[in-house]
Design a protein around this ligand. Structure first.
Ligand code: HEC
Ligand code: HEC
Ligand code: HEC
Ligand code: HEC
Ligand code: HEC
Ligand code: HEC
Length: 425
């Protein structure tokens, strides 16, 4: 066994090596070197954790690498911004599809019609418990809304398998054993010369984002299967000039699950009763699909199916074909086609998986009628200030929450993005 003493040095080396935008291998789609996360040497173990981890809790282990200091912008596989890099009024720096957890640390207070509104940062997404990085459990949700998963136990490892056991085999099935994993299965293109997609007989690729699959169990949640998707290999980036398109799929057989069922592991009954009853995993059909294609922004219905995609309202493609998904996962706007009638609306159409700049990890501000004002990104620093639209944020934070899109991507008085599929009411 490799002496545990070198653990810290080894993590340091990984951090030093990773240039921005380039994914530097650690998990490579499967189980990584044990000592990246565990230590056999008691002086390097932290906290009460029973698993001999190098930090106080599972999520802090992940954040040793997945958050860094010195980030000047989106940085490769980072999914959290250090507090030191995020002064008041400045947005978190990461722009990944799942979103930057640091939004959870941003509380907002503002006054509307003489009434103070407190928007707790806890509302901005999944409050993972990572004591070494200042993340604590949600103080108002005691369990997952529409389910029973305890908020105090929510960790990266509630959703991701730290050991990356789930793999897609040559025959398309997902299993935890069998052929060994050659590379990540998440990306549209693969730079590992040994790996191919579909995997060659006797080889395998990791599940999308090391997500938990059939039988994975964490504090009472047992997952039905892994969801299918492909991302472009550079995915943590500003969308000022071109969008980052994750192609979400709909595989159901051989150890797969739909996104609805996957999120439903912990939220089985969330939108089936309550204030918003919205169909999930529901076919868009030709009418809503046509509306999606034509809709450019509020008042502008001149769009066409070849260029109607927006990563603020992504749909689920009704296919389990990873090669097809790979051909749609782009970050240079070379594939912006809208939905087929059989494509679906699901959880990730409206929510980000980690966190966002808005309540309920929504992809857009749903707190008021409008998301822009007079051709500006609303903010407490703009004139006129419109508190019910600015919601305590600076215009820089608002823009950051939309991944740096120019405000002209929206109408001067843009309404909430439910409009992308539904006619304005
Ligand atoms: C990416 C980080 C990471 C790597 C790499 C890793 N582990 Fe773990 N491991 C964890 C975490 C985190 C837990 C605790 C899971 C929890 O409590 O949610 C854990 C738990 C365990 C456990 C306790 C039982 C279980 O499965 O939960 C064993 C045993 C274990 N790991 C062995 C290994 C071995 C052996 C390796 C190398 C082949 C390894 N781990 C590599 C993060 C990692
Ligand atoms: C020693 C540093 C290190 C630790 C600790 C670590 N990661 Fe990673 N992680 C990386 C690097 C480097 C990448 C990008 C390259 C890769 O995927 O191998 C990455 C990529 C990922 C990805 C994307 C992988 C893919 O194939 O799409 C996920 C998901 C992830 N990490 C989750 C975790 C979780 C959850 C933990 C804690 C249990 C963790 N990581 C701990 C370094 C680390
Ligand atoms: C509630 C489930 C959940 C939790 C908790 C969670 N993740 Fe994720 N994560 C996902 C999903 C789903 C995706 C894929 C998002 C997408 O493609 O839209 C993802 C994507 C990622 C990625 C790829 C970048 C991105 O944002 O798409 C990394 C890296 C990652 N997660 C690491 C982590 C780490 C580290 C933690 C804990 C600090 C964590 N995740 C907690 C569900 C979760
Ligand atoms: C392992 C269990 C688990 C899975 C899987 C899971 N969640 Fe959650 N989710 C929770 C818990 C626990 C909470 C309550 C704690 C919190 O809000 O931080 C929560 C809260 C939420 C919230 C409310 C956030 C807020 O601040 O009020 C949304 C929205 C949400 N989840 C969406 C999703 C989506 C979308 C997926 C699938 C990509 C998903 N969840 C998968 C456990 C889970
Ligand atoms: C059409 C958009 C849309 C879809 C699809 C959608 N949601 Fe939501 N969700 C919302 C909105 C908007 C809210 C804000 C609360 C409200 O208005 O009732 C919300 C709120 C939530 C909450 C917080 C509820 C609470 O009481 O705190 C959770 C959890 C959640 N959604 C999970 C999911 C999951 C899981 C899925 C997929 C099964 C999903 N959502 C699909 C739009 C959507
Ligand atoms: C990606 C497309 C899409 C988006 C975005 C979307 N919806 Fe829907 N919505 C649908 C589909 C598909 C249906 C089901 C078919 C139908 O009712 O015509 C639906 C149905 C509905 C219904 C009727 C519910 C029922 O049970 O009959 C309401 C109300 C609704 N949506 C409200 C919203 C709201 C509010 C938002 C924004 C938070 C939103 N939708 C965003 C696609 C979408």
């Amino acid at each position: 066994m490799i002496p545990a003493r070198i653990t810290i040095v080894w993590i340091g080396a990984i951090l030093a090596l990773g240039p921005p935008g380039i994914s530097h291998a650690f998990h490579s789609g499967g189980v990584a070197e044990c000592i990246g996360c565990h230590s056999m040497h008691s002086t390097e173990q932290r906290g009460p954790s029973p698993s001999l981890l190098v930090q106080s809790d599972p999520s802090s282990v992940c954040l040793t690498c997945h958050q860094g200091t010195g980030d000047t912008g989106p940085n490769s596989y980072h999914i959290s911004t250090a507090e030191s890099e995020m002064p008041p009024g400045a947005p978190p720096k990461q722009r990944t599809p799942g979103g930057d957890f640091a939004w959870l640390k941003k509380d907002y207070t503002f006054v509307v019609d003489g009434q103070a509104v407190n928007e707790d940062g806890d509302r901005h997404g999944h409050n993972i418990v990572a004591a070494d990085f200042g993340y604590r459990f949600d103080r108002s949700n005691h369990s997952a809304p529409g389910g029973t998963f305890p908020a105090a136990r929510l960790a990266c490892t509630s959703c991701h398998d730290p050991h990356g056991n789930y793999r897609r085999l040559a025959d398309g099935r997902v299993a935890t054993t069998g052929a060994s994993i050659l590379a990540s299965g998440s990306y549209a293109t693969n730079d590992d010369p040994r790996a191919s997609d579909p995997p060659a007989p006797g080889t395998a690729l990791g599940s999308y984002r090391l997500l938990a699959g059939n039988g994975y169990s964490n504090h009472g949640a047992t997952f039905p299967g892994v969801p299918a998707a492909k991302a472009p290999s550079v995915y943590n980036r500003s969308e000022e000039f071109t969008q980052t398109r994750v192609a979400y799929g709909n595989a159901t057989t051989g150890g797969h699950a739909t996104w609805d069922d996957w999120c439903g592991t912990c939220h089985s009954a969330v939108h089936s009763g309550g204030s918003l009853e919205h169909p999930v995993d529901e076919e868009l059909g030709s009418e809503i699909g046509m509306h999606y294609d034509q809709y450019v922004k509020t008042g502008d219905m001149t769009g066409t199916g070849a260029s109607s995609f927006t990563s603020l309202v992504p749909f689920i493609e009704y296919t389990g074909d990873y090669l097809l998904l790979a051909s749609h996962a782009k970050n240079d706007d070379t594939y912006l086609a809208g939905p087929a009638p059989s494509d679906r609306v699901s959880c990730l159409t409206c929510h980000r998986a980690h966190a966002s700049g808005w309540p309920y990890a929504l992809r857009w501000s749903h707190g008021g009628e409008f998301i822009t004002y007079g051709g500006q990104y609303p903010g407490i620093d703009t004139t006129p200030a419109v508190p019910e639209i600015a919601r305590g944020r600076t215009s820089a934070e608002t823009r950051g929450a939309y991944y740096d899109r120019p405000v002209t991507a929206f109408a001067p008085d843009q309404r909430v993005l439910c409009e992308k599929c539904h006619a304005a009411e």
